[in-house]
Ligand binder design. Structure first.
Ligand code: OAD
Ligand code: ZN
Length: 247
């Protein structure tokens, strides 16, 4: 850790930060693919696919209600706060793209953010054509009935998270891709580089000419896409990395 030095940015830099489960690990939220991670305990296709939900919606809801309960009791850690500080320095020269659905970046105070895999604290209707299908709603109580229903039409509701086999929200994807095309610095933090399209962003950023940096506890699957690998915990590395004051 001691070798980490503050990153410097010039006035023309545009920075895209991509975060994954590792950023929330030090808040006490389970990651997916580490030892003891969620996909070790649960079958990914039963829990996180449209087919799994059709087969056993109750089981899927139980899983997401448990995730939500866990996230509610956790708090942002120094990694989340360092990214808020980075936003304060860079303003609109930063876009934070997160795969995390726990809402901790927003709770910490980040605002220039795309939650590309959705958010645990929102639901949407399963009925295509319903208003609730297009506009996900916040539902702090939706895990009280085991199977929440859409307030607009009464159909079964589902978590507003992206499952395997599903497309990302088109507008979010466009925002992310545009930012990656024009970024000069791309930093991935706490992500295994195993899930696309997120895992492909480092490659795209580099092709577009950006400097690419990985901050991760372990080498990511797409390690070869990064110019610099800072191995360590996000909560220890980021406060140092983003501490410079030349922005
Ligand atoms: P993973 O669980 O796949 O990877 C977490 C990464 O964070 C691993 O590479 C760890 O080495 C690293 N890590 C763990 N603790 C860390 C810490 N304290 N500091 C820094 N790094 C740490 O999580 P993601 O890459 O986010 O998707 O997973 C991507 C997607 O797969 C998730 O969004 C989710 C999952 O299936 C959906 O549910 C759609
Ligand atoms: Zn509906």
């Amino acid at each position: 850790m001691s070798s980490t030095r503050p990153m410097t940015f010039s006035r023309t830099d545009f920075v895209v930060v991509l975060t994954g489960a590792g950023v929330s690990a030090e808040s006490g939220i389970q990651t997916f693919r580490d030892a003891g991670g969620l996909w070790e305990e649960h079958d990914i296709y039963e829990i996180a696919s449209p087919e799994g939900f059709r087969r056993d919606p109750r089981k899927v809801w139980r899983f997401y209600a448990a995730r939500r309960d866990q996230a509610k009791d956790c708090h942002p850690n120094p990694a989340h706060r360092a990214l808020v500080a980075l936003e304060q320095r860079l303003g609109d020269r930063l876009l934070l793209v997160t795969q995390n659905v726990d809402g901790l970046h927003r709770r910490a105070g980040s605002t220039r953010i795309v939650e590309m895999h959705g958010n645990l604290f929102r639901s949407k209707c399963t009925a295509i054509g319903c208003d609730g299908y297009h506009v996900p709603w916040d539902d702090p109580k939706s895990h009280e009935p085991e199977m929440p229903v859409c307030p607009h039409c009464g159909s079964l509701a589902r978590p507003d998270v992206v499952w395997f086999g599903e497309l990302l929200n088109r507008r979010d994807l466009r925002t992310v891709e545009d930012a990656v095309q024009r970024c000069t610095v791309f930093v991935a933090i706490g992500t295994s580089g195993a899930v696309y399209p997120a895992a492909g962003l480092a490659h795209a950023a580099r092709r577009a000419g950006a400097r690419t940096v990985l901050v991760n506890k372990d080498p990511a699957e797409n390690l070869g896409e990064f110019d610099i690998f800072l191995q360590g915990k996000a909560g220890e590395t980021l406060p140092v990395l983003f501490d410079a004051s030349d922005a």
